[in-house]
Design a protein around this ligand. Structure first.
Ligand code: UDP
Ligand code: GAL
Ligand code: MN
Length: 353
């Protein structure tokens, strides 16, 4: 502002000396208009401005301007040099620094996008719901329409968490299973059934996560795509030989050595409801076939998810910023943000009745 005034002052003086007052006034008016109209616009203000009413002051025509004011993407300056930001099939890999959330929010708000977040809290895992939901209210898809779908066998234990505008919680009562592996695997069946029954009608996208987690930074519409998976935090540096894919050819989840793109997590995937329905149905059917053949994949639903995503390439891949375990892995510099992190738990105590 001070700089602008000085500049305007200098301009005015030099023009006055030449006795060109009307021209100076015209330039000043023009200058001030430009300054005022641009100051109305913040980085986050991407709405198409209806029109510029200069026509009222003179004979200029009213023009319609669409303004999107934000830092220019620079073709010769990669935003991240330390990480892979695109897959060989041209799907973005989402890291901090690669996206402008204002542009994305605008795009998804214009579509009136609705997002369903599915989470399972079976048996003792209901204890994780409170922190999960409270932190989701602070960080997950803020400003968008969100439905939490809480699958549980203990509906009375679902905590009352105050929800922001446009956000609601639906409790879906389901059966529990004795083995934790079965609880984990049956998520695929449940998500596919409820997708057909209601999610297809109710939301545009589904985000499917573990519950033993808390949000600690932004998780927004940058993750949304027809089909997305998340890089497992323990394997993002590993060669494919080290991935803990199912290696027994008898299993439907089998992936041969020498194959594979990434190792994806079972605890964070999603996409359009139609794509999530396809994925969860395929994984469930593969698990039914495995059971009939007396085999269970080494990492259960996660193994089947990895098989599916190898043959149905995701259209976005989330970096491990989107599911991290700080207790296990600390905070390496490459992770600019830890967005969604594991809540430490005693596996034995929480999984057993
Ligand atoms: N789960 C549950 N009750 C159980 C076991 C598992 O609700 O008794 C659900 C819960 O959503 C959990 C997910 O299944 O987050 C996966 O299990 P877990 O988080 O224990 O697996 P890990 O992240 O330790 O591999
Ligand atoms: C572990 C994780 C398991 C499974 C496994 C895959 O770190 O707790 O759920 O993802 O990695 O090797
Ligand atoms: Mn978990």
């Amino acid at each position: 502002m001070a700089e602008l005034q000085t500049l305007a002052g200098k301009l005015k003086c030099s023009l006055l000396h030449r006795g060109t007052l009307p021209l100076a006034i015209l330039i000043l008016v023009f200058f001030c208009y430009g300054f005022l109209s641009s100051s109305r616009q913040t980085l986050g203000d991407l709405e198409a401005e209806p029109s510029v009413a200069v026509g009222k002051l003179d004979r200029w025509q009213v023009v319609t301007l669409s303004r999107m004011v934000y830092p220019q993407p620079k073709v010769l300056s990669p935003v991240r040099k330390d990480v892979l930001v695109v897959t060989p099939w041209l799907a973005p890999i989402v890291w901090e620094g690669t996206f402008n959330i204002d542009i994305l929010n605008e795009q998804f708000r214009l579509q009136n996008t609705t997002i369903g977040l599915t989470v399972f809290a079976i048996k003792k895992y209901v204890v994780f719901l409170k922190l999960f939901l409270e932190t989701a209210e602070q960080h997950f898809m803020v400003g968008h329409q969100v439905t939490y779908y809480v699958f549980t066998d203990r509906p009375a234990d679902v905590p009352q968490v105050p929800l922001g505008a446009g956000r609601r919680l639906v409790v879906l009562t389901v059966h529990s299973h004795t083995r934790w592996q079965d609880v984990s695997m049956h998520r695929m069946d449940m998500i596919s059934r409820f997708s057909e029954q209601r999610f297809l009608r109710e939301v545009d996208y589904l985000v499917c996560t573990d519950v033993d987690m808390k949000f600690r930074d932004h998780v927004g519409v940058e993750i949304l795509a027809s089909l997305f998976g998340t890089l497992h935090p323990s394997f993002y540096q590993s060669s494919r030989e080290a991935f803990t894919y199912e290696r027994r050819p008898q299993s439907q989840a089998y992936i041969a050595r020498g194959e594979g793109d990434f190792y994806y997590l079972g605890g964070f995937f999603g996409g359009s409801v139609a794509e999530v329905l396809r994925l969860t149905k395929a994984c469930h059917e593969a698990m039914v076939a495995d059971k009939a053949n007396g085999i269970e994949a080494v990492w259960h639903d996660e193994s089947h998810l990895n098989k599916y995503l190898l043959y149905h390439k995701p259209t976005k891949v989330l970096s491990p910023e989107y599911l991290w375990d700080q207790q296990l892995l600390g905070w390496p510099a490459v992770m600019k943000k830890l967005r969604f992190v594991a809540v430490p738990k005693n596996h034995q105590a929480i999984r057993n009745p």
